[in-house]
Design a protein around this ligand. Structure first.
Ligand code: T3D
Length: 262
């Protein structure tokens, strides 16, 4: 698929996906969402990709659904079906990427754009970033899994306040609430820091990272007893990887391990 509204760039083993409608703060049209879903599918399929960065071009990360397109389709498409075929597919494809996915939040993340950030595994932000549960400002409810992810990340008290008020939250506040892993000191530091993190993760046991993600997803709402069983099942798979054997051998031989992601 040829991409027109996103950039898909691979350097080493790191894929950077850049939402690329900067004049509209990367608000998502159906075309962009189709391309993004496809990009996550390729990210999972391509064995050379061992870490993924998602960021935005220009001064915004993503302002959510493109509202001009919402107005254009007024009455023609059901909101539920639209979500099922666009954003939900993006979120599903993203959740199927068994590699680390890092959000590099360069600017405002609003509505479903914020949901996209929450769905990533790690979240780094520029001090220029901000977060808005913008849905209620236009009479909609949070989507893109935000009702599931946000209370888990920052607790129901803060999540409910964000959702009901639609208030803009700064990167620093979001960090203090536990929504972000890090706010870099200067805006210019964001991509260098995220690139370094992604390169570090891309050199780690990729299959193991994928299995950690699978374990976290499977145990998110389970009992301890069920979690123990999930861990035993997935450890079985991790134990069969070449990277596990290499890690043990390297430790015993007192050398640095070279992980190949298999
Ligand atoms: O079925 C379904 O699809 C439902 C799904 C819904 C999912 C959702 O995401 S609903 C929420 C949609 N998003 C919003 O409501 C956010 C709307 N945007 C804003 O509130 C503000 O733009 C921001 C607070 C994000 C940023 O404000 P500011 O002052 O920094 O920038 P701006 O001047 O408002 O925006 C700059 C340009 O981007 C401007 O275009 P122009 O006038 O220069 O040509 C603005 O219209 C455009 N833009 C920003 N957000 C959107 C957008 N264009 C279309 N859709 C947008 N969401």
């Amino acid at each position: 698929m040829a991409y027109e509204t996103i950039l898909y760039e691979i350097e080493g083993n790191v894929l950077t996906i850049t939402l690329n409608r900067p004049d509209k703060l990367n608000a998502a049209t159906d075309q962009l969402l189709g391309e993004l879903a496809d990009a996550f599918k390729q990210a999972q399929r391509d064995a050379t990709v061992r870490a993924v960065i998602v960021t935005g071009a220009g001064r915004g990360f993503c302002a959510g659904q493109d509202l001009a397109s919402v107005q254009e389709r007024e009455g023609a498409v059901s909101y539920g079906d639209h979500l099922r075929h666009t954003w939900n597919l993006v979120l599903k494809r993203l959740s199927e990427v068994e590699k680390p996915v890092i959000a590099a939040v360069n600017g405002v993340a609003a509505g479903a754009g914020m949901g996209l950030v929450l769905a990533c595994d790690l979240r780094y932000a520029s001090p220029a970033a901000s977060f808005i549960q913008a849905f209620i400002n236009i009479g909609l409810i949070p989507d893109t899994g935000s009702t599931w992810t946000l209370p888990r990340l920052i607790g129901p008290t803060r999540a409910t306040e964000m959702m009901l008020t639609g208030r803009k939250v700064s990167a620093q506040e979001a960090y203090e609430w536990g929504m972000l892993n890090k706010v870099v000191v200067n805006h210019e530091d964001l991509m260098p820091e995220v690139n370094a993190l992604a390169a570090q993760l891309a050199a780690m046991p990729t299959k193991g990272i994928g299995l950690i993600k699978r374990a976290l997803a499977k145990t998110a709402d389970s009992t301890l007893e069920a979690a123990l069983e999930v861990e035993a099942d997935l450890q079985e798979l991790a134990g069969r990887t070449s990277d596990h054997k290499e890690g043990v051998a390297a430790f015993l031989e007192k050398r640095k391990a070279t992980f190949k992601g298999v």
